[in-house]
Design a protein around this ligand. Structure first.
Ligand SMILES: [Zn+2]
Length: 246
């Protein structure tokens, strides 16, 4: 049986429905008494079969994390996982450490670029590699607390993606009118060609500007299945064949 528990050292509260992790994931916040408990004090029992060795490594790492020594903390968490790969507290600790590293370096990719989308991709990576492992391996009530803690990064990811989509994903107006759907295979091929090839040349970018201006106006006058649509489709089919051969 799983006996993981979280405890508020101030008021001895163990009711996890009245607890949260702090935004940085380092503290347990107790709504009953309003106090924060560092993680090394908060996890009182890990698992019935969790060896003392794993528990002591995790607690040591949590102490180091609390002191801002993320480098050593991360090493210890890895040690704990090498002994028992289902130690959710160690996965969570790694998530916090790696998040702290990424934040320290300004959420940059390996080419030293930054921006909302790059930060979003880094957050996805951190959540997939560490936070989700903690959630998978934790008992349900603790998993819920972990889940609440990643709501903020998840919302950031969602916003970054929405902003990018509205900015970049202009439609292939005419093609959509001709093929009936924004997601038809032909439209997808044309859109990929636009992003991969056209956007990279001056002529291509000029064409795209021209197309967006006139395409939207033109598309209104091409009812799906009409004579013009069928003729245009013939032309676009040839174009798609041509693009696909390249
Ligand atoms: Zn309390």
């Amino acid at each position: 049986m799983n006996k993981d528990r979280l405890l508020c050292k101030q008021c001895a509260n163990t009711d996890m429905s009245s607890m949260n992790f702090s935004n940085d994931g380092k503290y347990l916040y107790c709504q009953a008494c309003g106090s924060n408990t560092p993680l090394y004090d908060a996890y009182i029992v890990y698992k019935e079969d969790m060896s003392d060795r794993v528990a002591s490594v995790v607690v040591l790492a949590q102490h180091q994390m609390e002191n801002g020594d993320y480098e050593h903390a991360a090493q210890e968490f890895h040690k704990a996982l090498a002994i028992a790969s289902d130690t959710h507290a160690a996965w969570w600790g790694l998530y916090i450490c790696e998040y702290a590293f990424a934040e320290y370096y300004g959420f940059r990719d390996k080419y030293n670029n930054s921006g909302h989308l790059i930060k979003a991709n880094i957050l996805i990576d951190l959540i997939n590699r560490y936070a989700n492992k903690a959630i998978e391996n934790a008992p349900q009530d603790i998993a819920i607390l972990y889940g609440k803690s990643i709501q903020e990064p998840l919302a950031f990811i969602q916003n970054a993606r929405t902003a990018t989509n509205t900015k970049q994903d202009k439609r292939c107006y005419v093609a959509t009118a001709v093929y009936g759907s924004d997601n038809s295979p032909q439209v997808v091929i044309l859109r990929n060609y636009r992003d991969r090839v056209l956007l990279k040349t001056i002529f291509g970018r000029g064409f795209i500007r021209f197309y967006y201006f006139w395409g939207a106006k033109l598309a209104k006058h091409i009812p799906y299945g009409s004579y013009v649509a069928v003729k245009t489709r013939g032309f676009l089919d040839n174009l798609i064949d041509y693009i696909s051969e390249k």
